[in-house]
Design a protein around this ligand. Structure first.
Ligand SMILES: Cc1cc2nc3c(=O)[nH]c(=O)nc-3n(C[C@H](O)[C@H](O)[C@H](O)COP(=O)(O)OP(=O)(O)OC[C@H]3O[C@@H](n4cnc5c(N)ncnc54)[C@H](O)[C@@H]3O)c2cc1C
Length: 249
């Protein structure tokens, strides 16, 4: 089977949005719904697209941070972003304090990765910051698709329920947030998985050293997964602000 992974560029635009609604998916995952006519030509083709949000930085200067369009409704002109709550940086702090009516400037997405629906299975792995993309992928997969997810959160109350038509098997692992840079729990869980037969696409996003260790695990040795069929990224780095690491050789 010929699998296609295509990259699409979009016109880079900044949009002014207003916060319409705030809620919580789980105790430490905020869900913010933004609205605005600027969304009329918003494009997000890939489940792991990201936008840049502009928020006041530590000294009041603008700071940019990356967030996943968790959901987008062109007719309603709404964009949903989920924010994992942690030791607050400027984006987390903004999201925690935001109230309906507050304005947010959003840039992008600059591009999208689109993967043909030809893979026999999907394996989606990550921490809290990956859950928006994992949830979106699971919700967008058609009936009959096979998907496994392995996600690290702080406890049972942070596990999310995804509405997926796919044949989906969820594995949750628990670890405290101060161990989010230790790949041990996720590595142990993926080692126990029975992967389906056929061709699979593996997607990984987590703290950078965790994402790197998981990627190395799947690519190791002669029986390793095909590199073109795996995408891994560090979505943050412990102790470093605004860290995005694309893991490619
Ligand atoms: C492509 C992409 C998509 C992303 N999508 C999402 C998303 O949809 N939802 C989401 O919540 N995050 C997402 N992230 C991660 C998010 O951009 C980072 O967590 C970001 O650092 C948060 O900004 P901040 O201003 O709160 O913290 P920063 O100022 O960047 O960092 C402050 C401190 O907090 C630490 N920190 C940052 N993130 C975490 C964390 N998750 N847990 C514990 N400590 C942390 C840093 O190491 C630093 O010490 C995404 C990242 C990328 C690259």
């Amino acid at each position: 089977m010929d699998h296609q992974i295509s990259r699409h560029r979009h016109e880079l635009k900044r949009r002014q949005l207003a916060l319409r609604h705030t809620g919580r998916v789980t105790p430490n995952m905020l869900r913010l719904v933004f609205a605005g006519d600027d969304l009329a030509d918003f494009v997000s083709l890939g489940f792991d697209d990201h936008v840049k949000i502009f928020v006041p930085g530590p000294a009041g200067e603008p700071a940019m941070r990356d967030y996943t369009p968790r959901a987008f409704d062109r007719d309603a002109r709404t964009l949903t972003l989920d924010f994992a709550v942690h030791e607050a940086g400027p984006a987390t702090r903004w999201a925690l304090e935001a109230r309906p009516g507050d304005r947010l400037e959003v840039g992008g997405p600059r591009g999208s990765m689109v993967i043909s629906p030809t893979f026999d299975w999907w394996l989606l792995i990550g921490d809290e910051t990956a859950l928006p993309a994992i949830g979106r992928r699971l919700e967008e997969l058609p009936a009959g698709a096979k998907a496994l997810s392995v996600a690290a959160v702080t406890g049972a109350d942070e596990e999310q329920v995804f509405a997926s038509r796919a044949d989906h098997q969820a594995t949750w692992v628990h670890r405290p947030l101060d161990r989010a840079d230790d790949p041990g729990a996720l590595l142990a869980a993926v080692q126990r998985l029975q992967l389906p037969a056929g061709d699979g696409f593996i997607w990984i996003a987590a703290e950078a050293s965790v994402a790197r260790a998981l990627r190395a695990h799947f690519l190791a040795g002669p029986g390793g997964h095909r590199k073109e069929w795996l995408k891994a990224a560090g979505y943050w780095r412990k102790g470093v602000a605004d860290a995005h690491e694309k893991l490619e050789d």
